[in-house]
Ligand binder design. Structure first.
Ligand SMILES: [Zn+2]
Length: 388
């Protein structure tokens, strides 16, 4: 009997012990589970993307903002990740702005002059057309006409960039919610005699041909069209003022009301034009203006925390250099000037070049923009980062 009792209590004790062990193990597993959840890196959430394109902006053009007339550090210094983009098109080593923009807007290399077309001249979906989220919003800002090569590649599909009347016809029914730039004549002084301004209104746009709207007054019930010059806007030197940073701020104020995020493209279009004109002061002023737009984008992204900002160029223009004024007198190397590559016989005016151009990135997944890659990879990096 004693033996039986002893055995029974032993089983009980061992049983209790075993149960306790199991509980302990379970507890440890629970802690482990919690720990695992805690240490697993959180997937960065990107709601919005701002892509800023400095047309014709190579590294020397960027560098000019560090040397000429800047009282504060340029906003370029605020980007933690820098890469280099290889700009050649499918047809030429030296790209034009159209094929350069197709690479960013649609992720493919195409022929020079193409607007939203692949090399077989088939329509190719743009980033603006691709995102299916119901409340997703999009915007385009440029200092050129809104029908010019770079902005056009985000919403139009035309075989050749200079068919700007045809490009404008795509705007009313496009998925663009906000645009600001020039190009009014391609809407209301067209060769076919049509006036697209009422067509824009019928498609939900509030059209203004006089001035940008005021921050805080735009509502998601409307789309907004600001067509503020017949063709391109005036240059900085001609007195454009703060259109580019102001339009960027206005676009962000409006697009940030979107529940499903937004895509905004901002182009500093005239860095390229001043390059073609070999106008050093023009380049310097256009880059500084573009830098202000970067500042607006970065201020927004810093507060928001869910915005990826990418800055790049389609190509460099002019073989721009910051060189000493007098080469032989080394003690005068402190005096630098901007200059353009020109061979008067074969290149009577400054042209696009094949040099790699910088890519600056800020925000979640910005690290994926470090390295050297093809220009169309920028599109794929954005899609991968956002899941669009
Ligand atoms: Zn150009």
């Amino acid at each position: 009997m004693k033996k039986i009792l002893f055995c029974a209590s032993l089983i009980l004790i061992l049983g209790c012990k075993a149960t306790k062990e199991v509980e302990k193990i379970k507890e440890i597993e629970k802690i482990k589970e919690v720990e695992i959840v805690k240490i697993e890196p959180e997937k960065p959430v990107i709601k919005n993307v701002i892509l800023l394109i400095g047309d014709g902006m190579g590294l020397s053009q960027v560098s000019s903002s560090f040397y000429f007339g800047a009282t504060e550090e340029p906003n370029f210094t605020r980007f933690p990740y820098i890469g280099l983009s290889r700009t050649s098109s499918a047809s030429h080593k030296v790209t034009d702005s159209a094929s350069g923009a197709v690479a960013f807007a649609s992720g493919i290399k195409t022929y020079n002059g193409a607007i939203g077309m692949n090399t077989r001249k088939e329509h190719i979906e743009t980033i603006i057309e691709r995102v299916e989220r119901p409340d997703f919003m999009t915007g385009l800002v440029a200092t050129s006409s809104i029908t010019h090569a770079t902005p056009a590649c985000f919403y139009a599909h035309v075989t050749y960039r200079y068919k700007e009347d045809s490009i404008a016809s795509y705007m009313p029914k496009s998925k663009v919610d906000f645009f600001a730039g020039g190009g009014l004549r391609f809407f209301n002084k067209r060769e076919d005699g049509k006036d697209l301004l009422p067509v824009l209104s019928q498609n939900g746009f509030k059209v203004d041909t006089t001035a940008l709207g005021k921050i805080g007054t735009l509502t998601t019930n409307n789309k907004y069209a600001y067509l503020l010059a017949d063709k391109g806007l005036p240059s900085k030197l001609e007195g454009r003022g703060d259109f580019l940073p102001n339009a960027t701020k206005l676009a962000l104020d409006y697009l940030s009301k979107s529940k499903d995020g937004f895509f905004l493209m901002v182009e500093g279009s005239q860095i390229d034009w001043e390059g073609h004109a070999s106008n050093v002061q023009g380049v310097v002023q256009e880059v500084r203006d573009f830098d202000k737009a970067l500042g607006a984008a970065l201020d927004f992204a810093e507060k928001d925390g869910q915005t990826l900002v990418v800055v790049t160029a389609d190509h460099e223009t002019g073989g721009f250099a910051l060189s000493p004024m007098q080469v032989r007198k080394q003690w005068q190397y402190d005096n630098i000037q901007g200059s353009f590559y020109q061979n008067s016989k074969s290149l009577p005016s400054a042209a696009h070049t094949a040099t790699l151009v910088p890519v600056f990135a800020y925000g979640p997944m910005a690290e994926s923009f470090a390295g050297i890659y093809q220009n169309n990879e920028i599109f794929h990096k954005i899609i991968k980062a956002t899941g669009w």
